[in-house]
Design a protein around this ligand. Structure first.
Ligand code: GTP
Ligand code: MG
Length: 464
């Protein structure tokens, strides 16, 4: 994740405060030094870093921690508040009918972002469409069309037309049925006059409700100049920062936007259409500090559950919270987990599981886990219906048969059964929670979190 280094080094320093009830000036000095180092490394502007450190120092020493708060939690909450302040607010983006125009320099990620945003809106229950007006870059039409197919959203473009304004006009007509229309535009090397003219012409035709500037995170604090230039010449309502997965300078870009008085709408962190998230300062910073991000997690869980339920019409995820938790349920849960995305991302969102705990794992621990899940699936494919429904009936001879049939060793079969037992115990804890409301389930997890791991939460996959 972006600013990963800040997250882990900060946690290390904060952990040295564990057990202390009072904070000394040296303690704070130590924490602040670590923050400075990480932020500067992430290309955050020096004067911003200094301001932030002064404020953290002052508040940590002067403010009285609320009763029962440890020194560590006191400082952590101040660091949290100050960092949330530093990145600023999220661009206002109501879930309603609207037209959004994307602008930005060449290669900043506009076309990819258009498809990603369309995907995001479709998951919010709105019908999106992408209109590709880029006649400058060869292949732009094909690229956008393919990405929209992958995102399963409507698309309009015209490879034979070379007037972007006409494409925009036709596109608006053709996508009349859509709720959210996202207009992709061409990019140039720099903000030159002809790019400004083109954007202004398209804007006059489209009359977007919002214009978003797409910025590549690799420009770091250079984001400030770029955002200012676009604001002055074409006007922007918010920023999308892309490629946060590929640069150490993301912190610079994130904080620079707030400095220009603009806000961030979305973050992009990968090449597939799902690699987008709405920028939520609170969740973002709390994830960074290893405090989890329940909102993102709830969204992902709900989305994955929905998709899994869609595929198997007779299955209701809430059934798991009622009767017996069978191997079939476990298999579905594993499918749903897979749909949530890479496990390490998911883990970062679980309070008490992300951050600190992740730092202690070897880098490939999560891959092993994913391999293990795949092995489990193969094993389950070799089981009979009766065995899947009633795993307790599986004895030594069946284990032998299943291992042979699946080409896995017997230990893997036993591990699977063991894992199932653990998960069904976890499920029992969630039972009796009435209608199985996800929010409440998450809350319960949050309360259990902090202590870190166990077999809790989403089933306790992995080496915990
Ligand atoms: N790793 C990563 N790559 C990205 C991300 N967003 C975009 N890219 C890649 O960056 C390259 C440029 O992205 P585009 O979406 O074509 O950028 P653009 O702004 O439309 O480019 P022009 O239309 O030429 O101005 C592509 O190879 C994308 O796959 C991201 O969040 N992470
Ligand atoms: Mg493009």
């Amino acid at each position: 994740m972006v600013l990963d280094d800040l997250g882990s080094s900060l946690r290390g320093t904060l952990d040295s405060l564990r057990g202390k009830s009072r904070i000394s000036e040296e303690d704070v000095e130590e924490v602040v030094k670590e923050i400075q180092r990480s932020l500067l490394q992430a290309d955050v502007d020096v004067s911003l870093v200094m301001e932030l450190s002064d404020s953290i120092k002052e508040r940590s020493l002067e403010e009285e921690p609320p009763g029962g708060t440890t020194a560590r939690d006191h400082v952590l909450s101040i660091v949290y508040e100050e960092l949330v302040d530093l990145v600023g607010e999220s661009t206002d983006l109501p879930l309603e009918e609207q037209t959004i125009m994307l602008a930005g320099l060449q290669g900043s990620g506009k076309t990819t972002t258009a498809a990603k945003m369309a995907w995001w809106f479709s998951k919010k229950g709105l019908r999106p469409a992408v209109i590709q007006t880029d006649t400058f870059r060869p292949g732009a039409y094909e690229q956008a069309k393919q990405m929209c197919e992958r995102a399963e959203v409507d698309f309009y473009g015209d490879p034979d037309e070379d007037d972007p304004v006409k494409i925009a006009r036709d596109g608006l007509e053709e996508t009349e049925d859509a709720d959210v229309r996202i207009v992709d535009t061409a990019g140039r090397h720099a903000l030159e006059d002809d790019l400004i003219d083109e954007i202004e012409d398209i804007e006059a035709e489209v009359q977007p409700d919002r214009s978003l500037l797409v910025l590549d995170a690799a420009i770091g604090q250079g984001a400030k100049d770029q955002a200012q230039q676009f604001e002055t010449s074409v006007g922007i309502d918010g920023v999308v920062i892309t490629k946060l997965d590929g640069t150490a300078k993301g912190g610079g870009a994130l904080t620079a936007v707030n400095e220009t008085g603009s806000t961030i709408a979305f973050l992009g962190s990968g090449e597939t259409v799902q690699d987008i998230e709405r920028f939520e300062p609170n969740g973002f910073i709390s994830r960074l500090l290893g405090m989890g991000d329940l909102k993102q997690l709830t969204e992902r869980v709900e989305r994955a559950m929905e998709e899994t339920t869609e595929e198997e019409e007779d299955w209701d995820p809430e059934d798991m919270l009622k009767g017996e938790f069978t191997l079939k349920d476990m298999k579905r849960q594993m499918d749903a987990m897979n749909k949530m995305g890479p496990l390490d991302q998911v883990m970062d969102m679980i309070p008490g599981m992300g951050g600190g705990l992740m730092d202690q794992l070897p880098d490939d621990a999560m891959d092993v886990t994913q391999d293990r899940m795949r092995n489990f699936e193969v094993v389950m494919d070799s089981m009979t219906e009766e065995e899947l429904e009633n795993p307790r009936s599986i004895g030594a001879s069946q284990i032998r048969r299943i291992a042979k049939g699946s080409g896995q060793d017997e230990d893997t079969v036993r591990e699977l059964l063991e894992q199932h037992k653990m998960m069904s115990q976890t499920m029992k804890q969630f039972q009796g929670m009435g209608d199985g409301d996800m929010q409440r389930m998450m809350k319960k997890m949050q309360q259990q979190g902090g202590g870190g791991g166990g077999g809790g939460g989403l089933g306790g996959f992995g080496p915990f």
